[in-house]
Structure formats: structure tokens, C-alpha cells
Design a protein. Structure first.
Length: 299
């Protein structure tokens, strides 16, 4: 009963935030990756504006190195719900020299999404970008507000955050500024999975245990793909794994698992002592890796 009451409270808060976004901003967009958090945002937005359609587009900043299962799910979901999807590609910025491809063992395109995102915000004049960040993901997330201001360069100043008393969300921005909005900021990973279970929400198959060709590096299991750098002595094998988080293939590791249903996934998360971000190599580049990227304009 306590869990149900908590889910209802979190859902109500998120719906309230969605409605405040539409009330206070002229041109919002939902940042959509095809991962569990952004899928949860879509369900919450549906509830917030039912029986009308979601009144803003979805936008995916595509690294070009995404899991195929995620892209297939993204396209099918958008078609089924009749939503508008905007896609902007990191590869285009690499081709025109605006971003430089990383090389070597820990190379990734994840950070390169920043330039592409900022250009897309300017292109479409979005004044609010809705994202699926949660405060339990990574310590830099906990410094943000639900309405998190970015300056006219897309930069985040963690020392210049507005007070945020519940039900007093300040959406006032100056010309050139935009807002990042996090409706599930107060949710945990377990809250998201429990909500997916309760709502019967479909998610990409890679979140469930499946057999995949992987190789091991630094104690983590990486997908054997042309997009993931692999040295000659790093041999591949078939293992039963699943992914707790979905990002660029080159920075997202799998975990060994037998959780092949939503019920077993929820139980596994309950028993886990390791954060889902433990499988994201881009967070391990420095103590303040996420905070630095956010200051530069990252999600």
C-alpha cells in the first residue's frame, strides 16, 4: 500500500510539472532517447494532457552509435502514438567539422551530443527542454532544480540555482535563455521500474536478459560492435546479459542477469547495491565528469 501511495504521489507531481511547462513556456520539447526514463516521461505526458495528444514534439539527439533495438522501439512508439519526432545527428556535426570524433580505447560520442543539442535548441527556438534526469543517478544531478535555467550559451551554473518551493516553479527566463525541466527529478531508478511494472509500459528488449556477444574490459561487459573500440586481445563470448541504462553503445556496459521479465527486473533492482550509472564509462572520466558536461550544455 505504501508503495502504491508513493507512486501515485510521484505521478501526480510529474503531471503537475508537465502542465506547468505548457502553461509557462511557448515552445517546449521532450528530449527522448528511447530509454526507460524518457519512455516513462511519454506515459506521464499522455496522462497529463489526456484526451488530447501530447502538445509538444519529441527530440532525439542521435549519436549514430545507439543500440538498434532502441531506435526500432523509438520509431514504433512515435508511430503508434502519432507523435512528432525531431532527430538531429551527431554525425552531421562530425562531418561538417563542428565536433571532433574521439579515438582510442575509451572513445565515445556521448559528450558530442552537447553541440548537436545546443544547435537544435537554437534552430527550433525551444524555450524548455524536458528531460528524464533523476537525482539518484549521479551526484551532479542532485544540485539541479526541477526547472533548471541555462544561459544563452546553453551553460548551467550550479551556483546560481533558484529557490524552488513545491508548487512554485519559476519559469521566467530572459531572451536567449532556456530551461531544462525534470518531471521525475524526485524519482529513483526503482520508482521508474515499479511504475513501468504497474502501468504495463512496453520497453526495448535490451532491458531484459538476453544472449549477446560481449567482451570484458575493466570488469565491465561491453557489446561487441563496430562502434565499440576493442583491442585484439579482448576476446568476445556469448553471455546472458541485460542493460540497466541505455546510452551510446561505446559508453554503456551490460550486466549479467537472468531477469527476463519486468517482475524479475524490479526484484533485481531492489536487491542491487550498485548504481545503474556504474555501467556508464563516461561518468568515470573524472570525479566531476557529469557536472563538467552539464556546465557545457549537456542534458
Amino acid at each position: 500500500m505504501t508503495r502504491i501511495l508513493k507512486q501515485n504521489s510521484l505521478e501526480s507531481e510529474a503531471i503537475y510539472i508537465f502542465r506547468e511547462v505548457v502553461a509557462q513556456f511557448e515552445n517546449p520539447v521532450l528530449l527522448f532517447s528511447g530509454g526507460k526514463d524518457s519512455i516513462t516521461l511519454v506515459r506521464l505526458a499522455q496522462k497529463a494532457f489526456y484526451p488530447a495528444r501530447i502538445p509538444f514534439p519529441l527530440m532525439h539527439i542521435d549519436t549514430g552509435h545507439n543500440f538498434p533495438e532502441t531506435i526500432e522501439f523509438r520509431d514504433r512508439l512515435v508511430e503508434e502514438l502519432g507523435l512528432q519526432l525531431i532527430v538531429r545527428n551527431v554525425q552531421d556535426d562530425i562531418d561538417n567539422g563542428k565536433s571532433i570524433e574521439e579515438k582510442g580505447k575509451y572513445s565515445s560520442r556521448n559528450a558530442l551530443q552537447t553541440n548537436t543539442l545546443l544547435d537544435a535548441i537554437e534552430e527550433f527556438k525551444f524555450d524548455a527542454c524536458i528531460g528524464g534526469a533523476r537525482r539518484d543517478e549521479e551526484k551532479a544531478r542532485a544540485k539541479e532544480r526541477i526547472f533548471s535555467v541555462r544561459n544563452d550559451f546553453g551553460e548551467w551554473d550550479e551556483k546560481n540555482q533558484r529557490p524552488e518551493v513545491f508548487d512554485m516553479l519559476n519559469g521566467r527566463i530572459d531572451i536567449g535563455q532556456n530551461m531544462r525541466v525534470f518531471p521525475i527529478s524526485n524519482w529513483t531508478e526503482l520508482d521508474v521500474w515499479s511504475y513501468i511494472e504497474a502501468e504495463g509500459i512496453e520497453i526495448p528488449s535490451i532491458y531484459y536478459a538476453h544472449q549477446r556477444e560481449i567482451f570484458e574490459r575493466d570488469g565491465l561487459l561491453w557489446s561487441a560492435s563496430e562502434y565499440v573500440y576493442r583491442e585484439e586481445d579482448e576476446k568476445t563470448e556469448i553471455r546472458t546479459v541485460r542493460f540497466r541504462t541505455v546510452g551510446d553503445m561505446s559508453c554503456t556496459a551490460a550486466v549479467e542477469s537472468k531477469a527476463d521479465s519486468i517482475e524479475r527486473v524490479v526484484q533485481e533492482i531492489r536487491e542491487s547495491s550498485i548504481s545503474e550509472r556504474g555501467a556508464r564509462i563516461d561518468d568515470k572520466r573524472s570525479e566531476a565528469a557529469m557536472e563538467t558536461r552539464k556546465q557545457q550544455g549537456y542534458f
